[in-house]
Design a protein around this ligand. Sequence first.
Ligand SMILES: [Zn+2]
Length: 306
Amino acid sequence: MTGLQHAKVSLSVPPASRAPRDLYVAIGVDCDPDRDAYPARLRWRGVEALPRLFDIEDVRWTLNVRADTQVRQYCGSAAYCWEEYHHIWRLAEARGSAIAWHLHYFGPDGLQDVSESNILENIEVGSAALGRPDVVHMGWTFQNDFSLRHLARAGVRVDYSPVPRMRFLGHGGVDAYDWSRFAYRPQLWHGVKMIPAFSAFDPMLSRRFRTERVMLTMTTRPILYRRLLDDFFASGADFFVSYFHADEIANAVGGWRNRHLYSFDHLRANLDALRERANRANYRLCFVNVRELADILFDEGRTRYA
Ligand SMILES: [Zn+2]
């Protein structure tokens, strides 16, 4: 048989009978205090609801524990969330989930302060509180060359903050960032493995948020999140990173978003929708935590594209 004939034979195999491809899925949770009580005080009903996640069988979560100067300011210690909910973190790790670090660069007034001195102080205080964590997620907050260099110096080896092609101006002086130039692929910056979360193209939402792509958290109403999933499966990528905030599974966000946008049931429905689409596209879903995903994506000894 000639090479050409051979190629024709392989192309004629129907998709369903091909061996499934692996699709690696990592889901992060920003363990922030509840937005409905903030800024008057820090309440943690969202964090307290996290054990509900462990009822969902095969998912390996990455829980991003808040530790920075704002937690110290309100709670007396930057390690408050880490220590107070230690039983949850231990339970998570026993089930294959991972603990990571979530910090904000807030000043004493609660506004984002990205001066170099404030970035340095937050990195130092938070890293010490958690015992030099190696995985970080900034969420809807700032990251730049300076902060990343110093996170690397503090022992961080993986950052899954980037939301490619997105820029966020922040609400009332907090949580601004600019990932508009980050492409949708893993990259190494200052020795830190940078893994992007999936951002979707949606003409309507893009106009509404005035950004090239949009990011929806995994607790978002399924009719919206489905668009992000469809866009992901059209991309052909073999890894998918998504995240949400703890208060979104505990009805502790406050306001209209609490009533109409986020819930634990939505998270379950979105996971089902992900499974169903993966099945249809002949993927084998592999839920991993972000540390495992980093090992897979940056393992140059593996022939992932063979
Ligand atoms: Zn946060």
